[in-house]
Every structure is written in structure tokens, then in C-alpha cells.
Design a protein around this ligand. Structure first.
Ligand code: OOG
Ligand code: NI
Length: 302
């Protein structure tokens, strides 16, 4: 996935992609294999359905801070999703133009965690005394690009990280990975016949040695049957902690989404189908399992 870099938003998205592609070798592995297999003629043919970020629900941070970056560039806040067991809230955001990806932003409901863990999280996040997004020039793509990848709180100790992992894998992910891009998403319905449904595409992925998240089954299907998603298991990255120890921890992953034609447009010929005829938004039941792409149960699976 590459962007024609014209607008500030194009450049911001590009800045997110550079470290993401370095951290997740599956991105290049998949796009190169798609070109080799003639599924696409170049990586530029990949349509990015959406990108996702994770945030910590504490003072000065969380969705209400992070979303400002994208609201400023014309994104529109859409539906809310609640994940009771994982203790998360999320929203999706519609792009200012269909050439841009949707955005999915989630937030940890820190106040729902045990007292111990809240204290542990706040030991780090309380160092953030004001909303950090308010201090950046949102029209300066370089500044915004740097913001995603710069520390906002002190580096955790390995033992704090491991303690977080026990109660909330999501908390542990955010404390180390912060606003690094969590995933980008290949639009499967936009691919050529033979690869344009998620079963066939998953077969292709497995044939090139990609490991898929199997939480709730490899294919996650919305209640209406019209949004079908799968994802890779997160790439492990070497993380150095404040005490100098290094652990192999979950980084980011790649997702695949198939949006089907809405029932009211089922008679429109295939070559006349546009984005407005397809299933929009997200699905809590699918998302719940996709979050687990970074969870130990998946990353440790053989
Ligand atoms: C996001 C998981 C949900 C989707 O498309 O429903 C999601 C995450 O892992 O942070 O990406
Ligand atoms: Ni996603």
C-alpha cells in the first residue's frame, strides 16, 4: 500500500506506514506475493479498507485526545462499540474522501480494571499533564508523523509490562507500542475473481506461510453476513525495557476485509458496484476477536 503524497493527510498516512512496514514484514510478504501471483499488478492496486489505533482511557489521553488528529483532517465520527470483557470502547471514523481508509480507534476503560493495575498504568500516564495533541501543529505532517512514534510516558519496566499482560493484554500492548499503527486492512472484495472472497484469500495467505488469527474461527462474520474479516497474528518485536531487559512482545498485524453488496442493491451488475452499495462500518462481534491478533494465546500458537 503506497500513497500518492499530495495532501497533508496523504503525508501523515505515509508517515504511519514507514515504521509499520518495517515492524510487520508480513505487509511486504503479502503484497509481493499478490504481485507474483498476478492478483494485482502493483502494490498501489491494494485498497486500504481501514487502519486502527489503540489508546489508554485516562486524563489527557484516550479517544477524545487522539481523534482530534483525524477530525482535523476531515474524518467524521461514526458508530460506537463496547467490549465488555476486554473493557474497551471504540468508534469508527469515515474518511473525507473514499480514497482514504476508514479509521477505527479503541480505548481501554482503565477505570474498570483492578485498583492495582490502574495504579500501575497511572504511574506512567500521570506524567502526561496536558493533552499532548493540543501541542502539535496538526497541519504539519512531519510533526504529526513524529507524534505517532514518540514516547508520551516513560518506558515501562519488564516486570510492570508482564503484570499488565496478566490482567489486560491490550493495556500491555499500549504501554509499549503507544500510537504505532496497529494494522492496515486489505479490501478483499476489490481483488480479482478467484481471490475476492475471504475463504479464497485466506487459502492464498496460508499457501505463502502466513499465520492467521483463529480466535472465534479464522473468518469473523457480522450478524447480517455482509462484513467478513480475517487477520494475521501479530509480529513479535524485540522490546527493550527501562531496566535494560529485552522481551519479545506483540507488535502489529495485517487485516483482511470483505464487504458484500447490501441486499437492496443485489441486482446491480458487478461492474456497476460502487462503495455506496457495500456494507459499511464495523461489527463488535468481529472486532472482539480481531483484537486477539496481538494476544498471547494467538502469538504463542503453533
Ligand atoms: C482493533 C480490532 C478491531 C476491526 O476491524 O473490527 C478491528 C485492534 O486490534 O486494535 O480492527
Ligand atoms: Ni480492523
Amino acid at each position: 500500500m503506497e500513497f500518492k503524497q499530495n495532501t497533508t493527510l496523504d503525508k501523515i498516512l505515509h508517515e504511519l506506514f514507514i515504521p509499520y512496514m518495517e515492524r510487520v514484514p508480513d505487509v511486504k510478504k503479502i503484497s509481493d506475493a499478490m504481485v507474483d501471483e498476478s492478483i494485482i499488478s502493483s502494490v498501489n492496486d491494494i485498497v486500504n479498507d481501514h487502519i486502527a489505533f489503540r489508546t489508554m482511557g485516562v486524563d489527557n489521553l484516550g479517544i477524545k485526545s487522539f481523534e482530534k488528529i483525524f477530525l482535523h483532517h476531515g474524518y467524521i465520527k461514526k458508530d460506537y462499540y463496547f467490549f465488555e470483557n476486554k473493557k474497551l470502547d471504540a468508534y469508527w471514523y469515515a474518511p473525507p474522501h473514499s480514497k482514504y481508509p476508514r479509521i477505527f480507534i479503541s480505548e481501554l476503560r482503565v477505570k474498570d480494571l483492578s485498583e492495582n493495575i490502574q495504579t500501575l498504568i497511572k504511574k506512567y500516564t500521570d506524567t502526561v499533564k496536558k493533552d499532548p495533541v493540543d501541542s502539535i501543529d496538526l497541519d504539519d505532517w512531519k510533526e504529526v508523523g513524529e507524534f505517532f512514534h514518540k514516547p508520551l510516558w516513560p518506558l515501562p519496566t519488564a516486570s510492570d509490562y508482564q503484570q499488565l499482560l496478566k490482567e489486560s493484554e491490550y493495556a500491555a500492548w499500549v504501554i509499549y507500542n503507544r500510537y504505532y499503527l496497529n494494522h492496515y486492512t486489505i479490501s478483499i472484495h476489490r481483488l480479482k475473481e478467484g481471490y475476492n472472497d475471504i475463504e479464497k484469500f485466506n487459502d492464498f495467505l496460508e499457501s505463502i506461510g502466513i499465520k492467521l488469527n483463529d480466535a472465534g474461527g479464522k473468518i469473523k462474520t457480522s450478524q447480517d453476513g455482509l462484513l467478513r474479516q480475517s487477520s494475521t497474528v501479530a509480529k513479535m518485536v524485540d522490546a527493550t525495557f527501562s531496566d535494560g531487559t529485552t522481551l519479545s512482545i506483540s507488535g502489529s498485524y495485517v487485516e483482511f476485509a470483505e464487504r458484500k453488496v447490501l441486499p437492496e442493491f443485489k441486482d446491480i451488475p458487478r461492474d456497476k458496484i460502487e462503495a455506496k452499495h457495500l456494507r459499511e462500518g464495523f461489527e463488535a462481534g468481529n472486532a472482539d476477536k480481531i483484537f486477539e491478533s496481538t494476544y498471547t494465546e494467538q502469538t504463542k500458537r503453533k
